[in-house]
Design a protein around this ligand. Sequence first.
Ligand code: PRX
Length: 662
Amino acid sequence: MSENIDSLQHESRRFAPSAEFAASAQATPELYIQASADPEAFWAAQARELLHWHKDFTRGLDWTNAPFAKWFEDGQLNVAYNCLDRHVEAGHGDRVAIFWEGENGDSRAITYAELTSEVKRAANVLIGLGVKAGDRVAIYLPMIPEAVIAMLAVARIGAVHSVIFGGFSADSIRSRVDDASAKLVITADGGWRKGKISPLKPTVDAALAKTGTHTVQNVLVVLRGGNDIDWVDGRDSWWHEQLEAAEPEHTAEAFGAEHPLFILYTSGTTGKPKGILHTSGGYLTQCAFTHKYVFDLDAEKDVYWCTAAVGWVTGHSYVVYGPLANGATQVLYEGTPETPHPGRWWEIIEKYRVSLFYTAPTAIRSFMKIGRQIPDRFDLSSLRLLGSVGEPINPEAWIWYREVIGAGKTPIVDTWWQTETGAIMVSALPGVTTTKPGSAQVALPGISIAVLNDRAEHVGHGNGGLLVVTKPWPAMLRGIWGDPERFIETYWEKFDIPGAESRRMYFAGDGARLDEDGDIWLMGRVDDVMNVSGHRLSTAEIESALVSHPMVAEAAVVGAADEATGQAVVAFVILRADQEDAQTPDEASTILRAHVSEQIGAIARPRQVFVVSELPKTRSGKIMRRLLRDVAEGRTIGDTTTLADTSVMQIISDKLTGGVRK
Ligand code: PRX
């Protein structure tokens, strides 16, 4: 990593905004000036300008019970009303909200008026099923309009959604359903993926069939795949039948600004995913603000497309809440980029004349690998801005993105944020910032970021350290569902030291470097969280899946650098003594990769599983992942002096050169 960072620091290309772009850009340098004068007043002004409040608020931030923040607490709003009804009332009912493209080639254009009426019906269905304000609803759907409709219907009635990414396993669904005590699950029979139907309902059935009682009373099923499914009478019902029978009218009721909006589970440093809790008014304010200014949105003219799935935070903030709050027209695509041909994304951009495009570096790198001849076949001239999210973007990919996809003229916004931050925190502002390929640039107006050392001192320009948010922000997480202690420990105790303001600084878990100009370069996670294809995975979670297999005695997982996916999961396992001769290391590797996939989901399947006889441990028994990472990345093994047994790494690497490969 450090070599990479050094080479990044020598990146000298600069891209100033064109005069033409700057002339009509939403963002202006004044935003920084206004925000720095009084960040709280700045956010209050944004909240009033960008959202409709049923009842105005009198207070901005309440930080008296830090780190439990409250924003705009006595204000009242309805999140779904802000994303739907008010646009129709303002005369934009005929504007397309969603151009939906199914993977198998079917498509739908849904206007704001149509989306509003679907959400109203869906809200009535939820009420009919006994869902009340504050109840939790799990959503496990493909990228179809019903995913957006379901989320907004839940929000409309003040219930709390927990969207579970469609690639997660039955076990992962069950642990999330149990943790949040979900009352209802909304799923589909299946969805199109890679040219075939990928079943979903059977996975929900399997999750609910697991031993122990659960809280789910009903399962609502969207008809999409047409695949055969089992049916539990009295529990299951079809979405389309329920919607057809539902009352069409529903008046959005106002809820407090701090009313919970959603829980989204994300991997941390222990085996148990954390339910990140977001609330309404502050979250929606920052989503709308960032979506407008970072993407330079002109809601009348632009066609926006964010390729993230709704199961990740990017899908929440930049497919559902930000764009819809701003009345944008967007593309929603069900399938994978290469189906049925490798130019599918570019074909969609050409078809809908997409102007603002937001995706992940992993995708960009995979297109780079195939070559520019694919995108060159399509008319991408509608594009005027490109965004990147989820992991550091290397300068080569940044330049390729701008040159090949953006015809050498579009601004690129590299946006740093997290599930926990709720919305973008660090990014260029198009039309204002002169960008550097590979740098996420600076904190947005109203956001305070610092790079500190372990003693909470500023590292200063030209140095690296830990990325910290030093002031509360409107879209910040309000807690970890059911676990306030873990919330404090994970994010607020790192800098709870003399000299630093107690429990006032948010530790993001990312390393960062400030260059000579004070621009921020992200350096990856500093904890045991991996980032695979922009998806967050925990080493501990995969280790616990591995040791749950009867064959395994011990396991250690690391994220190893991978050209395509940023990082890849590499596992080292010690088999139980009676298992060592039962199968070859290759067979064991195959079985265990499949086991992880079944336990957590295909995204967590290790790229490689190495069967070893020892793991490198310190004298206190902590696994030294750094050394395993050296092995996994094919480097010379670093300093082993703190190992309890210094010969272990030699044994491991000798054994591996003996031949266990993927
Ligand atoms: O390590 C950072 C990386 O992704 C982590 C957050 O992951 P998640 O909560 O799943 O949210 C991903 C989408 C916002 C961060 O801690 N990350 C995200 N964006 C960037 C990034 N790393 C570098 N540059 C980025 N632009």
